[in-house]
Write a protein that binds this ligand. Structure first.
Ligand code: GDP
Ligand code: MG
Length: 439
C-alpha cells in the first residue's frame, strides 16, 4: 500500500485494537480509494462491509498493531475478491482445446488472439487461429498479419459466411491439423446487442469451447460489472482477459469481474506487442488498485457510525415525509446496491429506458452527494431544514466536502424533492396508486 492510504492507517496509530468507531475513517478512505480506482459502487459497498465486519471481529494480536492489521485485512480481502490465486487456463483432456474470445469492439480481442497463440506456443503447444469477425474485412486482415507475426496459422472464410459456420469449418481444419489449441476471434459491437449475443451463442454451440474468455478493457471502469454480468448470463464465460493495463487505468474493472460472475481473470494484456500477455496476479492487482487512490482528504470530524435502522422505520419516515439525509444516504445506497438502478429508475413513470451513460451519471452524482452528506453534523443530517435556513452551514459543507455552494444548495433542494419522489416510488413499487402529495 502506497502513500494514498497512509493517512488512513496513520489515524489508527496509538489505538490498541480495531473497533467499530476507529475504523470508520480509514474505511471511508478505502472506500474513496476504490471509487477513484473505478471499482463499481455495489462492489465497493460489499467490500467495505466485508472488511469492516472482519476488522471489528479480529481482536488483539500480540505484536501486531491495529493499522497493520487493517492493512492486511484490506489487502487480503482484495486479493480474495479477485480470486486469490493465479487462475490457469484449462486444457481439454483430448485436444484440441478450444478458446472462444468475446467482448466489445476495440477492447483488444484480435490482438489477444494472436498474443495468446504466442503465449501458448512458448509453452510448447501448437495453435491455430480462426478469424470470426465477419463485419470488418480489415479485422480478418489484421488477424492474418498478426498470425504471420507470431507464426501461427489463421483459418479464414471471408465475410460472407456466418460466424458459426466459420467456427465449424475452422474446428474441422484444426482437428485435421492436430493442433493443440484453437483460438477463435469474434466480432464486437460498441454496445451489447441481441444479434451479437445470438451469434456468439451459435458459435459457442458449434465449438463447445473449453474456455470462453471475455476480453475486457481495463479502462472500462464502472460499467465493467454490468458488462461482465450480461456476457456471463447470456453466453456463459469461464474467465476474462483484462487488456490495456499498461495505460493509466486504475484497473478497478478487475475487482468487478470475479465479484459479479464468479469467474476469474486469467490473463492480462499490458501493451501492444505480441509478448505483452501474462498471467493475472491478484496480489499485484490489489497493490495497483490501492496504490492509485490519491491522498485522500480527511473529513475533519469524527462522525458516529450510522445505526442501521430497520426498513419499516424507513418506510414510516418516507410516508410521513420525515425523510432526512441519513435516510437519503441509506436509500440511495440501497438502490445502488441492488445493482439495478436502471430497473428502479425505469419504474418511475416517465423515466423510460435508462442508458448506461445515464446510470454512470447517476452513480457519479451519488458520489458527489455522499461527499457532502459525509461532512454534515448528525444534527444537520436529521434536520435538513437547518441547511435550508442557513447559508453559513451550506458554505461550511461546501468547503469541507470540496464541492461548490451551489452543489450543496442543490442537494438540499433535492432532499425535499426526494421526500416527494420517494413517497411516489414507494407507491409504485407496492403496486399502489400514486397519491397526490403536498410537500
Ligand atoms: P478488437 O476490436 O477487440 O479486436 O480490438 P483490437 O485487437 O483490434 O485492438 C484495438 C486496439 O487496442 C489496437 O490498436 C491494439 O493495438 C490496442 N491494444 C490491444 N491490447 C492492448 C494492450 O494490452 N495495451 C495497449 N496499449 N493497447 C492494446
Ligand atoms: Mg477485432
Amino acid at each position: 500500500l502506497t502513500s494514498g492510504l497512509e493517512s488512513a492507517w496513520n489515524k489508527l496509530k496509538g489505538e490498541e485494537v480495531l473497533t467499530k468507531e476507529n475504523i470508520v475513517e480509514p474505511m471511508r478512505d478505502i472506500r474513496r480509494a476504490l471509487l477513484e480506482a473505478d471499482v463499481s459502487l455495489p462492489v465497493v459497498r460489499r467490500f467495505v462491509q466485508a472488511v469492516s465486519e472482519q476488522a471489528v471481529g479480529v481482536g488483539v494480536i500480540r505484536g501486531v498493531k491495529p493499522d497493520q492489521q487493517l492493512v492486511k485485512i484490506v489487502s487480503d480481502e482484495l486479493v480474495k475478491l479477485m480470486g486469490g490465486e493465479v487462475s490457469e487456463l484449462t486444457f481439454a483432456k483430448s485436444p484440441p482445446t478450444v478458446i472462444l474470445l468475446a467482448g466489445l469492439q476495440g477492447v483488444g480481442k484480435t490482438t489477444v488472439s494472436a498474443k495468446l497463440a504466442l503465449y501458448l506456443k512458448k509453452q510448447g503447444k501448437s495453435c491455430m487461429l480462426i478469424a470470426g469477425d465477419v463485419y470488418r474485412p480489415a479485422a480478418i486482415d489484421q488477424l492474418v498479419i498478426l498470425g504471420k507475426q507470431v507464426d501461427v496459422p489463421v483459418y479464414t472464410a471471408g465475410t460472407d459466411v456466418k460466424p458459426a459456420e466459420i467456427a465449424r469449418q475452422g474446428l474441422q481444419e484444426a482437428k485435421k491439423k492436430n493442433v493443440d489449441v484453437v483460438i477463435m476471434d469474434t466480432a464486437g459491437r460498441l454496445q451489447i446487442d441481441k444479434t451479437m449475443m445470438d451469434e456468439l451463442k451459435d458459435v459457442k454451440r458449434t465449438l463447445n469451447p473449453t474456455e470462453v474468455l471475455l476480453v475486457v478493457d481495463a479502462m472500462t471502469g464502472q460499467e465493467a460489472a454490468a458488462l461482465v454480468t450480461t456476457f456471463n448470463v447470456e453466453i456463459g464465460i469461464t474467465g476474462a482477459i483484462l487488456t490495456k493495463l499498461d495505460g493509466d487505468s486504475r484497473g478497478g474493472a478487475a475487482l468487478s469481474v470475479k465479484e459479479v460472475s464468479g469467474k476469474p481473470i486469467k490473463l492480462v494484456g499490458r501493451g501492444e506487442r505480441m509478448e505483452d500477455l501474462e498471467p493475472f496476479y491478484p496480489d499485484r492487482m490489489a497493490g495497483r488498485i490501492l496504490g492509485m487512490g490519491d491522498v485522500l482528504s480527511f473529513v475533519e470530524k469524527a462522525q458516529e457510525v450510522m445505526k442501521q435502522e430497520d426498513a419499516e422505520d424507513l418506510q414510516q419516515k418516507i410516508m410521513s415525509a420525515k425523510f432526512d439525509f441519513n435516510d437519503f444516504l441509506k436509500q440511495t445506497r440501497a438502490v445502488a446496491q441492488m445493482g439495478s438502478m436502471s430497473r428502479v429508475l425505469g419504474m418511475i413513470p416517465g423515466m423510460g429506458k435508462v442508458t448506461p451513460a445515464q446510470i454512470r451519471e447517476a452513480e457519479k452524482s451519488l458520489q458527489i452527494m455522499e461527499a457532502m452528506i459525509e461532512v454534515m453534523t448528525p444534527e444537520e443530517r436529521e434536520k435538513p431544514e437547518l441547511l435550508a435556513e442557513s447559508p453559513a452551514r451550506r458554505k461550511r459543507i461546501a468547503k469541507e466536502s470540496g464541492k461548490t455552494e451551489q452543489q450543496v444548495s442543490q442537494l438540499v433542494a433535492q432532499l425535499f424533492q426526494m421526500r416527494v419522489r420517494m413517497k411516489n416510488l414507494m407507491g409504485v413499487m407496492q403496486g399502489g396508486s400514486v397519491p397526490a402529495l403536498s410537500n
